[in-house]
Design a protein around this ligand. Sequence first.
Ligand SMILES: *[C@@H]1O[C@H](CO)[C@@H](O)[C@H](O)[C@H]1NC(C)=O
Ligand SMILES: *[C@@H]1O[C@H](CO)[C@@H](O)[C@H](O)[C@H]1NC(C)=O
Length: 287
Amino acid sequence: MMFVLSTAVFFILAFPAINSEVVDFSKCSEFFFNGQSPVIPGILVNSNSQNNNYQTICQKYDGRYRFATLYDTTHRIPVFSAYKVTADVRNSETTVWMEEPQLELPSDEMGMPYENQATDEDYIDNNLDVNRGHLFPSCHSGDEVISRSTYTLTNTVPQKESFNSGSWNRMEMETIMLMAENCHDSEDQNKVLAHVLTGAVPGKNKLNERVNIPSFMWMTFCCYNSSSESWISQAYWAPNQDENKADNVTINEISLQELQILLNKEWVNVVQLFYSNCNKKVIFHWY
Ligand SMILES: *[C@@H]1O[C@H](CO)[C@@H](O)[C@H](O)[C@H]1NC(C)=O
Ligand SMILES: *[C@@H]1O[C@H](CO)[C@@H](O)[C@H](O)[C@H]1NC(C)=O
């Protein structure tokens, strides 16, 4: 009875807010460096999914695109979310968690467990010490509307609670400060701008026998450093593991190339996360 009731209430709350689009990434190319999404041969090429098990989502909220997500419907977790950092840390507010109806076939009935994605129910009462970990963290959003838009389950993976609130959270806070200070729009150096990708690699365990618990998580950014007048990138990765027993765990800080080598092993393919490996010529206009 409780299950039925809470599900019904949840759907009433969640549905009106959702407006994302499962299309190719061309409508939300602004969230990718140089307008081009990562290349993962066999999975994502030219901003198009190459495989029905991977859905490209332009995350639309409150009438505008806010970020982009590549969603793995087999594991029911995102592969990555892509977004822009345009400002310093803002307060994040919690809100209702949203789902993405367009990942489902039209025949799916209200109240049935979603077939192709994680739901609120999957996260309730788990004894695996995982909670909802944002890929695009609300603390990296430029304003409160964008912050609210990050609370969608398609932007979320089961993350070990102590890792989520521990070293991963510290890394999110440190990188936003780093980007706000160092990253500027190459065409308007008064503006902060960085393109960020945050992703997860599927692991061996499942939450609620449905949702994959990632083995590790990663983040990388690419931006123009106006002080050095060059494009810079930085990457981070860490295993998704309980930190309660460990000493003060820190995230591995690595280069973009090193991250790509790690991901190549997972995808058995040569991936390119940023156009031209985050190395774009700045065009000077001579009039
Ligand atoms: C940006 O460039 C300045 C000047 O060369 C340098 O001191 C700084 O470390 C650079 N920032 C990053 C994040 O690489
Ligand atoms: C862990 O280390 C970070 C940075 O090195 C520090 O800011 C934080 O306070 C430390 N936390 C604990 C629990 O020691």
